[in-house]
Write a protein that binds this ligand. Structure first.
Ligand code: ZN
Length: 345
């Protein structure tokens, strides 16, 4: 099948597999859906038939609900062969949270990029330790209320037990190399913006992309400035990364970390660029006067402010402001109380 420019994004299935079941997306590649206890209520993971066992790509959270699904799968549709390996696309809890349990229960190796494994260790420590003064300062620097900055968000509290220390890294995934699992060769595409060194996997022979969160079908992946790298421009990194996918087969089957698998990669890449263009315009339009990033977040994400997701909204808003700043369209200064101000420039 080939797709012309006018072709829409196509979803081969309009519903995910039921909990504890699998759906074959291509010969030997199975879709599994795991629950998440947050607004984005699910994550997709992939089970690949190695012939003599299974490789799992991503694994959900380490909570009762996820582990019950893994139990139902290994005593049901996956029984008869053992799980042999866990591959992680990136370090976010919904993708790597259950790694410790699965590695321990199945006695399997973990493969990930070195950076994402290190970030999983750091994220575990960060979540376990709570908000540090440096982290709070990063937020108050952007106009976030000091009393809220010093506390964990409700989202942060949910995450404490769900992000255990990851198991040791057994195989380092390296950009541009070929990794073999599920009886196929996969080219590793490491990209930043959503996570520092997110790995996607592309099978040239069969035009299949295990995209992780780098490319999602309906929502856009979170792209935010983190307190450890307060002057970064992750939106540029993310938008630049999309070029890594523009040369892949137009009819590739895309297996995303959230949402439904789809075909129509070129169209989706265009939509992702367009989405951020629109949002950047909204940021500029909203700067009718100099504003703190937290005010910009309230304009862009009014529903998120006051919820457990407000820091993510703030981090995304800073990412858009930084992108504009490094393109010379926004200037940054400090107001009299030392809080960062952004204005059209
Ligand atoms: Zn995710």
């Amino acid at each position: 099948m080939s797709l012309n420019e006018n072709t829409q994004i196509l979803f081969p299935y309009d519903a995910p597999p039921a909990p504890g079941t699998i759906l074959e997306m291509a010969p030997g590649i199975f879709w599994v859906r795991l629950p998440l206890p947050v607004a984005l209520d699910h994550v997709n993971v992939w089970v690949l038939d190695d012939g003599d066992g299974w490789t799992i790509v991503d694994c959900g959270l380490e909570n009762e609900e996820s582990m019950a699904v893994w139990g139902a799968l290994t005593s049901g549709p996956l029984s008869g062969k053992r799980v042999r390996r866990l591959v992680a696309t990136h370090s976010h809890p919904d993708h790597i949270g259950a790694a410790r349990r699965l590695v321990q229960d199945f006695d399997i190796p973990l493969a990930a990029t070195q950076i994402e494994w290190t970030n999983a260790v750091a994220r575990h420590a960060e979540i376990a330790n709570g908000v540090t003064p440096a982290q709070a300062r990063f937020f108050t620097d952007h106009g976030y209320p000091a009393e809220r900055a010093a506390q964990r968000t409700s989202f942060g509290k949910i995450m404490i037990p769900l992000m255990p220390n990851p198991p040791p890294l057994d195989q380092t995934i390296v950009d541009g190399t070929t990794i073999r699992f599920g009886q196929r060769n996969w080219r590793v595409i490491v990209a930043g913006g959503h996570a520092e060194a997110h790995a996607s996997f592309y099978c040239e022979d069969d035009h299949i992309l295990i995209a992780g969160d780098q490319i999602l079908p309906r929502i856009t992946p979170f792209v935010g400035v983190e307190y450890r790298d307060p002057d970064s421009d992750p939106l540029k990194t993310y938008l630049d990364s999309l070029a890594l996918f523009s040369g892949l087969a137009e009819d590739a089957l895309v297996l995303p970390g959230h949402g439904l698998p789809f075909r129509g990669l070129p169209q989706r890449l265009d939509q992702l660029h367009h989405h951020h263009d629109v949002r950047l315009t909204r940021v500029i339009d909203g700067l009718d006067q100099p504003r703190h990033a937290f005010d910009v977040a309230a304009q862009l994400f009014p529903k998120a402010v006051g919820t457990g997701h407000e820091r993510m909204a703030l981090a995304e808003s800073i990412a858009h402001l930084h992108y504009l700043m490094y393109h010379g369209r926004v200037a940054r200064s400090r107001d009299r109380s030392g809080v960062l101000l952004f204005e059209r420039g």
